[in-house]
Design a protein around this ligand. Structure first.
Ligand code: UD1
Length: 424
């Protein structure tokens, strides 16, 4: 298994281009199943997760044209040869589960394994299933598989989510595009990736209003057509590099950043004393910290537009070298502090009590061997390592490859000392 060897203490200076959003790309790719015409996605991030989903789609009969390293991907689901997504394909990545709704809406049946994904809590799919059932799907869960049927097609329905779920909102939206009648989603997630998905579906001929608000209305249509859509920029990647620059110090400009989607993160960084200049029109965020101390700031993760859970680990790394004590509360997932003991190996002073991590800032982190546990946790270790004195080896970085495109290249381009060490 590959690892990263990082020698900390180098300031970061330069520019970092932001890639297309992984979390958006995965749902946009699933949308190709709703039409017999080609869907072309541009600004596609080349990641283990997106490549992996393209293989799953290919196994269902989708013609995938996506040359290695290319940012344009063409998906043509003219004919589906299978409506079964097997365990081996779905267990590795939870977002694969979102192929269920589109296949069901189009073909009237689908069988999809229950998902796997990051080990950050139970992460059930009950809300996804309730939404599909409300649209008239007949569902059976057998031997780890969901067998779904809607012989006469899905019907529009009013669905009130008991709590906010990004995946369930997107899944219901995808399925409802081809349902008979109108679907209303109440207490829908408002993440920017949902509006991105709706934009793409509307280009394909869907009729979706309100995406990005708590009430989404979808008028079902007879059929969808092909389209070309540019994947939105990755707000989590942008936030991650902003925190890397703040932790290591220096002056970094993020290019092609989704500024409007990052309000809570920018606010938290500014409160911690980091100089952040965001320019929405230019899509840039400039982050500067030259010698000034970081102030401890409390954050609470919340559904969008609150502080994103996907930036919680990175912010913890930053707070571990701030002046004072910060309380970081995780409200979305119940087991998302696995990075805390690893950060402690680098000298951070963190105590986890239930949903809260109490982070007492220390003067200096010191390099040590650490283990990546999930996608966002891994990158928090990279941030800490960049700020630490000496050498850190981050093991099990396959998690990083799932979600960060050209991470070493982007950081070394700004002066970081990072090397990938190939394992056996
Ligand atoms: C998506 C993102 C992930 C992000 C998360 C929250 C993708 C591929 N992943 O994950 O990076 O951290 O949103 O912003 O887009 N839940 C249920 N039942 C369900 C569905 C969810 O109990 O049927 C729970 C989850 O366990 C979790 C909470 O609801 O505690 C929120 O999860 P959800 O918003 O659905 O996250 P994902 O869509 O899985």
């Amino acid at each position: 298994m590959d690892s990263l060897k990082i020698t900390g203490g180098h300031k970061l200076n330069g520019t970092i281009p932001i890639s297309g959003a992984k979390n958006s790309a995965l749902k946009l790719m699933a949308a190709c199943l709703l039409t017999r015409e080609p869907l072309t996605l541009t600004n596609m991030p080349n990641l283990a997760d997106t490549r992996f989903l393209s293989q799953l789609l290919a196994s269902l009969g989708v013609e995938v044209y996506w040359p290695k390293g290319d940012s344009e991907c063409r998906l043509n689901a003219a004919e589906l040869t299978s409506t079964i997504a097997p365990y081996d394909q779905v267990r590795k990545m939870r977002a694969s589960f979102n192929v269920l709704g589109p296949m069901l809406a189009r073909e009237g049946h689908a069988t999809v394994s229950l998902p796997g994904g990051c080990a950050i809590g139970a992460r059930p799919v009950d809300l996804h299933l309730q939404a599909l059932e409300a649209m008239g799907a007949d569902l059976k869960v057998e031997a780890g598989y969901v067998k779904a049927a809607a012989i006469h097609g899905l019907k529009g329905a009013k669905i009130v989510f008991p709590f906010v779920s990004v995946g369930a909102t997107e899944h219901a939206m995808l399925a409802a595009t081809l349902a008979h009648g109108t679907t209303i989603l109440e207490n829908a997630a408002r993440e920017p990736e949902i509006a991105d998905l709706a934009d793409c579906l509307n280009k394909m001929g869907a009729n979706i209003g309100g995406a990005g608000t708590a009430t989404v209305k979808i008028e079902g249509v007879e059929a969808l057509s092909g389209a070309t859509h540019a994947v939105m920029a990755d707000r989590i990647e942008a936030g991650t590099y902003a925190m890397a620059a703040a932790a290591a110090g220096g002056d970094v400009t993020l290019e092609g950043a989704p500024v409007a989607a990052l309000g809570a993160m920018i606010d938290a960084m500014q409160r911690s004393g980091v100089d952040v200049e965001a320019d929405e029109a230019a899509a840039t965020i400039r982050v500067q910290r030259n010698g000034s101390a970081l102030k401890a700031v409390d954050v609470n993760t919340q559904p969008h537009p609150g502080f994103p859970t996907d930036l919680q680990a990175q912010f913890m790394a930053l707070m571990s070298i701030a002046d004072g004590t910060s309380v970081i509360r995780e409200n979305i997932f119940e087991n998302r502090f696995m990075h805390a003991p690893e950060l402690s190996r680098l000298g951070a002073d963190i105590q986890v009590r239930g949903k809260e991590a109490i982070v007492k800032g220390v003067e200096q982190l010191r390099g040590a061997p650490v283990m990546a546990t999930d996608l966002r946790a891994s990158v928090s270790l990279v941030i800490a390592a960049l700020a630490a004195e000496g050498e850190t080896q981050v093991n099990r970085i396959y998690h990083l490859d799932r979600g960060f495109e050209r991470l070493e290249e982007k950081l070394t381009g700004c002066g970081a000392d990072i090397q990938r060490v190939e394992g056996e």
